[in-house]
Design a protein around this ligand. Structure first.
Ligand code: CU
Length: 117
């Protein structure tokens, strides 16, 4: 435990000034960030700039009322995280992601997409 704290402190000192671009940032998403899609997607897929630690990475998709519409536990492989969706009626949905990348940095963000004409 003490060694972990020392190592972590060292990492903070060594890499604390690395610009945010070095962390796991969202590179692409399906559905596209801010997009309107005519037919309801079956899943949300997020691709990041670094590989993810699956035990500490999560995603939630909610409708306009804040009700979760994702199917729960995401599937994480390398730098991609996917989560299945319930059957979505027309509306606006928010995707909130929170990930830990292999460089030990946490990042998070959110975006919306819309299902409708
Ligand atoms: Cu980083």
């Amino acid at each position: 435990m003490r060694i972990r704290i020392i190592v972590f402190s060292f990492l903070l000192i060594a890499f604390g000034n690395v610009p945010a671009l070095a962390h796991a940032m969202l590179q692409s998403a399906t559905p596209l960030v801010g997009s309107t899609v005519a037919s309801a997607p079956r899943e949300v897929s997020l691709t990041f700039s670094q590989n993810l630690e699956s035990a500490f990475s999560s995603v939630e998709v909610t409708d306009a009322n804040g009700t979760r519409v994702d199917q729960g536990k995401p599937q994480i492989s390398g730098n991609t995280m996917r989560v299945g969706l319930k059957s979505l009626p027309q509306g606006t949905y928010r995707v909130r992601w929170r990930v830990l990348s292999v460089d030990t940095h946490k990042t998070e963000g959110s975006f919306t997409f819309r299902v409708g004409p």
